[in-house]
Write a protein that binds this ligand. Structure first.
Ligand SMILES: Nc1ncnc2c1ncn2[C@@H]1O[C@H](COP(=O)(O)OP(=O)(O)OP(=O)(O)O)[C@@H](O)[C@H]1O
Ligand SMILES: O=P(O)(O)OC[C@H]1O[C@H](OP(=O)(O)OP(=O)(O)O)[C@H](O)[C@@H]1O
Ligand SMILES: [Mg+2]
Length: 280
């Protein structure tokens, strides 16, 4: 059985389980369940804290796991990113009281609070900045006001938490993070190829739509250039031999622009439908 670690709580938990369910795997119904066996798919899911998942995978206790890139890099374990999953996006950044800092170099000799001390230390040492790192478990934004730090390095999504604490980001982003599938380097465990293919199928089904339209035969090259698809669009004959039907996958966020452009060149009966599932 393939042994997979899944976040049990926090920002990544629901989306991770949702993605696995969409990929056809059995997922727990009760958030207190710790293990879930899916015998039909020969896979076993272990619900763990996302911060700990890197440790279980890094030591080889579990085969693969879903966690945040920031948490994975912070743990500094021997594992690789196998797949980016397209949810749980955030940026890891420096922040300080409004107007006080503008550059990372100003952090020299200062106190920095964070929940990601591994990530922060390696970033600072890579830039030759010597600062005192104060490791906190959460609510890091309060540390400056309460006097244990001069600035922070933390996860920023909307920026609302920082604003409420009277702080602003400064310097370049330290890291762009999202949910990732991690695994051990070396030979892939049995069943991992199927898991990755299924997850890719979910990602593509979410990211793309299917577009159908009719176009005059002489315009098919021009139209196909707008909808090249993943490999090549399907072109089928119509009863009226002057026209053809074209079918192609299109990025969901470009749907309306492409429909407008197709219409402009003379395509008609442009239909868009969702992709329920796929294998690419
Ligand atoms: N708004 C957000 N707040 C916190 N983490 C986020 C956010 N958006 C995405 N993430 C990602 O979620 C992961 C943090 O997981 P974690 O379990 O710590 O979630 P959490 O929401 O902070 O839960 P908790 O604070 O209860 O432990 C990181 O990879 C982080 O980048
Ligand atoms: O930019 P925003 O959208 O405001 O989100 C970022 C905030 O969310 C997270 O906190 P979380 O709710 O996980 O609490 P914690 O600090 O106790 O982990 C993170 O640590 C930031 O504080
Ligand atoms: Mg948190």
């Amino acid at each position: 059985m393939l042994r997979v670690a899944v976040p049990n709580k926090g920002s990544l938990s629901e989306a991770a389980s949702g993605m696995l369910a969409e990929a056809g795997y059995r997922q727990r119904r009760d958030s207190r369940e710790l293990v879930m066996v899916d015998p039909d798919n020969e896979i076993e899911f272990f619900y763990l804290r996302p911060r700990d998942i890197a440790v279980y995978v890094g030591t080889g206790t579990l085969d693969v796991g879903i966690t945040g890139r920031d948490l994975f890099l912070d743990a500094q374990v021997d594992a690789d990113e196998l797949l980016t999953l397209g949810f749980g996006g955030s940026t890891f950044r420096f922040a300080g009281p409004v107007g006080e800092f503008s550059d990372v170099k100003q952090l020299h000799g200062r106190r920095l609070a964070t929940s990601y001390d591994g990530l922060l230390r390696s970033y600072l040492s890579g830039r030759g900045v010597e600062a005192k790192v104060v490791r906190l478990d959460g609510a890091v934004e309060s540390s400056v006001r309460l006097g244990v730090a001069d600035a922070i390095a933390d996860v920023v999504e909307t920026g609302n938490t920082l604003k409420a604490a009277g702080m602003e980001v400064f310097g370049e982003p330290i890291l762009k993070s999202e949910a990732v599938l991690i695994g051990r380097p070396g030979e892939a465990p049995q069943g991992l190829d199927v898991l990755i293919r299924r997850l890719r199928g979910v990602i593509v089904a979410r990211e793309y739509v299917m577009m159908d339209y009719d176009v005059r035969k002489e315009l098919v090259e021009e139209a196909a250039a707008l909808t090249p698809g993943l490999e090549s669009p399907t072109v089928s004959p119509l009863r009226d031999s002057d026209w053809v039907a074209v079918r192609s996958m299109v990025k969901r966020n470009q749907t309306n622009r492409i429909m407008d452009e197709l219409y402009e060149i003379g395509a008609r009966a442009i239909l868009v439908s969702s992709i329920h599932a796929c294998r690419i």
